[in-house]
Structure formats: structure tokens, C-alpha cells
Design a binder for this molecule. Structure first.
Ligand code: ADP
Ligand code: GLC
Length: 473
């Protein structure tokens, strides 16, 4: 099939979270199975400098946005067989210091979606599938619906909490018929809601885990769009993301001090010492070490984590904690304070650092994800391969990918808890510490996780099947 993937993030060119990893690995896996895959994404600041081999495609588009006309010059890259990445170059919109959170995000991503649709219409042979992801690309769905042709439209929701909701007067920027601005289509309480438009106009919607597909039809997880999700019925399906193990592995990894694997796990401890040394933790291998790497948002339950660590400290429990993340400034402040009060035991680096992310994944004994919701979650999948036992709240993709070791040593890969509270998390942290000191059991659970396969090989056929199942619109 000739497939166009549309995303505001693609690793290694751009990434703020799992979206960048998920798109890069999905497209790569599809190309490896023989599909012709193109990814369309913005050319952000710094990409050109870092990836010097981008080539001009010769295409330059002109897009009307409000009263202005803006150009998009298209650069291309062919990183592997069957895979092309098209970068949309628009300096005024994308040469910024951060990808999201700009006051003209509506203009920026409406422009992006309009440019992608124009690009798709020029493509020969034409795309059979256009697959867009999350709110920044969602407008591609309604825009395609007014174009003649028989492209199948698929839309994936990676996170329903981010909807691309803007004041209603931005609707005219889309160039869509005014009639689309009604509550059954693109309007949401007088605003324009791009995610809603993506869901409604897609022929098929996917989310990134089966459990999340069940959760988002409820008010607790749907963020106001639960009815829209529910109305999709069997046109909404959950497919768990896969991992690109050529990026996330412990054998051939330039960031790690010592390679290790399920067949030879012993050098994991060398990486633990390296992590302790890098972050200024006391270098003792017998102290259980918890890790976390996260965007600091309500979603990730960092407040729950802080509360649970405080409960452990109150009880004099012996453990260490290594964290990395950034986001909400009050959470950044709270974790900083906690680590300042417990030097050598708790360290949290504020920032974004891919190298340190690999080092924490490899060096920690347990990886803690107390998410309030987690559409898929990639860190728990990386942790499994890195022999770092995930401790997760049973929600979304965490529920689907981790098996609690209390269900049996033969199958267990992690530890689950249900109530999103510091108390419930601290109880499973205590349980993890008990497991840590039960060496045989610990090694078995670790081994089960390291041998689990969450590559796209498991699920890529699901996408093929779903693409094929769409009747020509
Ligand atoms: P989400 O997409 O909700 O942030 P995921 O678990 O799907 O959560 O993916 C997060 C990805 O972003 C992982 O690859 C993780 O390592 C990475 N990441 C998150 N925060 C940081 C950070 N501060 N530094 C480096 N990588 C980070
Ligand atoms: C979102 C979700 C995360 C998921 C990622 C990739 O950012 O929060 O759970 O793993 O997208 O699909």
C-alpha cells in the first residue's frame, strides 16, 4: 500500500514524548513489511543543522491561511528502503524554540494540515491511506473529506487530553465550509476542537492500546469527548504501540557502560553503578533503585510519586530514586526540594536528555509509572527490555502490557496497583523492595520481562487488517 503518515513529531528529528517514537517506529515497521510509506512533518528549528543530508524535493506549496498566503518548501529524506520523510519548511511557523505551546498554535497546525492535504493531492501515484495522529494533524481528516478521491482516512488518538481547542473565530482559517462548524462536527462549546474533527471525519479511529479504547468512552478519561468516541462504535479500535528495539536495546547501545541481555544479565549491575555515580547517589548495589522519566503533568502522577516516596522516607525504608523530567513548574519545584532534602538517596534531573533516559532505564532496578491515565506508555515497554521491572498503575497501555508477578512467577513481568494514591503506590514500592531481596524470584520476573516481545511484529498486521477493512469512502 502507498501510505502517508502525518505527525507533528518524528524521532530522531523531533520528539517531546512517545508520539515521536511511535510514529518513527510504526512507519519503519510498515516500510519493512513492503509498504511504501511517507511521513509528513514540520521542519522545526535545528533539524536542518543536525541532519545535513536533507534534500530539496523541488516542491513549494502556497497555502492561504486567513488573509495571508504562506509558502511551504518541502525537503525530503529517505532514511531506509520504502520510507520517505517529507519536512514542511515554513520559517515563521516552525522556527521556534519549542514545538507546542505557542500563542499561534492554531495557525501553525491548521497551516500544517492544509499543506499536507495539498501535498497529498499532488502525489503520484496517489496515497491509498492517509493516517494522521493527534490534534496537530487532525484537521487533515475533515479537509480530505471535501476532496474528491478515494483515499482512506485513519486517525490515531495518542492522548485525548490534548485536543487542539481554540476560539471559534479560528475556524475560518481552515477554509472548510461554514456548515462544518456545528456541535456534531467541529464545534465544541463555541470553540473549534481539532481532535473532535479528526475523530468524526476519519473512516476509522485507533487509539494506542485496547484498554484506552475502552476507557475513553467514559467521562473520566474522555475529557469531554467521551460521547464522540462512543459514537464511533466499532469504527474505533485499540492497537498497542510497538517498540523499535534497534533504538531501545541493551546490547548495542552507545549510552550504556556495559552491554547485557536476557542471556547474559549480570552486567546490568555495572550500569546501576554508572547511574549512581552519574547522579551522585551512594554507590551501593544492594540498595533497590527506583527510576522514572516523565513529562511532569497531571497525567503522569508525579504528585502521587512524591507522596509515596515521602511515605517510604517516613518509615525509614532503604531505597534510592533516580528521576528525569520537566514540565509543570510546581512539580519541578517539589521534586527538586525532595532531592535536596535527601542527597545521595533521591536525585531528580530537571530537563530533557535522551542519553540519561537510556542510562536510567538500564541502571534502575524498578521503573515507576503512577499514571492517572496512560494511552499506551512506552517507558514500561523499554523498561521490560532493559530488565527494569515496571511498577505501574493499571490503566491504558500499562494495564495491557504488564503482568503482575503475583499472578505467577512463570508469567509475571511487573507490579500493578489500582488506586491513584500515594498510599497505594507506597504499598507496591514496599512489595518491590521485598521482591528485590528475593533474588531468585527477582531474576525470574526480570527475565520474563526481558524476553517479552513488544516489537511492531506483534501488531503491524493489525494495522494492515484495519486499513483493508475500510470500505472505500
Ligand atoms: P508520553 O508520550 O505520554 O510522554 P510515553 O511513555 O509514551 O509517554 O513516552 C515518553 C517518551 O519520552 C519516552 O521515550 C521517554 O524516554 C521520553 N521522555 C520523556 N521525558 C523525557 C526527558 N525528560 N528526557 C528524555 N526523554 C524523555
Ligand atoms: C501519548 C501518550 C502515551 C503514548 C504516546 C505514544 O503521548 O501519553 O501514553 O505512549 O502518546 O502513542
Amino acid at each position: 500500500m502507498n501510505i502517508l503518515q502525518v505527525s507533528s513529531e518524528v524521532f530522531p528529528y523531533s520528539k517531546t514524548g512517545g508520539l515521536g517514537d511511535a510514529i518513527a517506529s510504526l512507519a519503519k515497521a510498515q516500510a519493512e513489511t513492503g509498504h511504501h510509506v511517507t511521513i509528513a512533518t514540520p521542519l522545526y528549528k535545528g533539524i536542518h543543522e543536525k541532519f545535513k543530508y536533507l534534500e530539496p524535493s523541488g516542491i513549494e506549496l502556497s497555502i492561504v491561511i486567513g488573509r495571508k498566503e504562506k509558502t511551504a518548501k518541502i525537503w525530503q529524506l529517505k532514511p531506509s528502503k520504502n520510507l520517505t520523510i517529507l519536512f514542511l519548511d515554513q520559517l515563521d511557523f516552525f522556527e521556534r524554540n519549542s514545538i507546542y505551546g505557542q500563542e499561534d498554535d492554531a495557525e501553525r497546525f491548521i497551516f500544517f494540515s492544509k499543506a499536507v492535504v495539498q501535498l497529498a493531492s499532488l502525489s503520484s501515484p496517489s496515497f491509498e491511506i492517509v493516517h494522521a495522529h493527534d490534534w496537530p494533524s487532525a484537521l487533515v481528516m475533515p479537509l480530505l473529506s471535501i476532496h474528491p478521491g478515494n483515499i482512506k482516512k485513519i486517525f490515531t488518538v495518542h492522548n485525548a487530553a490534548y485536543q487542539g481547542r481554540f476560539s471559534g473565530d479560528k475556524f475560518e482559517l481552515t477554509g472548510l465550509p461554514k456548515a462544518f462548524f456545528n456541535w456534531k462536527q467541529m464545534e465544541f462549546y463555541n470553540d473549534i476542537n481539532l481532535l473532535k474533527g479528526g475523530i468524526i471525519f476519519a473512516d476509522l479511529v485507533t487509539t494506542v492500546s485496547p484498554q484506552y479504547a475502552k476507557e475513553i468512552i467514559s467521562p473520566e478519561y474522555g475529557f469531554g469527548l467521551e460521547g464522540v468516541f462512543k459514537a464511533k462504535g466499532n469504527k474505533m479500535v485499540g492497537v498497542l504501540n510497538g517498540v523499535d528495539y534497534s533504538e531501545w536495546n541493551t546490547i548495542n547501545n552507545r549510552y550504556l557502560t556495559a552491554p547485557y541481555s536476557a542471556d547474559s544479565p549480570n552486567s546490568k549491575s555495572v550500569n546501576k553503578v554508572a547511574l549512581q555515580s552519574e547522579l551522585g547517589l551512594i554507590q551501593k548495589s544492594e540498595i533497590p533503585l527506583f527510576g522514572n522519566i516523565s513529562r511532569f503533568t497531571e497525567q503522569k502522577g508525579i504528585d502521587i510519586l512524591i507522596g509515596a516516596l515521602e511515605l517510604l522516607l517516613e518509615n525509614g525504608t532503604i531505597f534510592q530514586f533516580a528521576g528525569l523530567g520537566s514540565g509543570d513548574s510546581s512539580l519541578e519545584y517539589a521534586v527538586k526540594k525532595l532531592s535536596e532534602r535527601h542527597p545521595g538517596q533521591i536525585t531528580v534531573r530537571i530537563g530533557y536528555d535522551t542519553r540519561l533516559a537510556h542510562i536510567i532505564e538500564a541502571g534502575a532496578d524498578f521503573f515507576v509509572m503512577p499514571s492517572r491515565f496512560e494511552p499506551c506508555g512506552l517507558n514500561q515497554l523499554y523498561s521490560l527490555r532493559y530488565g527494569t521491572i515496571p511498577i505501574v498503575r493499571a490503566t491504558g497501555g500499562l494495564e495491557n502490557s504488564i503482568i503482575d508477578f503475583r499472578l505467577g512467577d512463570a508469567i509475571g513481568t511487573g507490579i500493578k496497583f489500582f488506586d491513584p494514591s500515594p498510599r497505594a503506590l507506597s504499598e507496591v514500592l514496599d512489595l518491590a523492595i521485598t521482591l528485590y531481596h528475593d533474588k531468585n524470584r527477582l531474576e525470574k520476573v526480570r527475565d520474563n520481562g526481558m524476553r517479552a516481545d513488544f516489537s511492531w511484529n506483534r501488531t503491524i498486521a493489525d494495522y494492515d487488517r484495519l486499513y483493508k477493512s475500510i470500505d472505500h469512502p
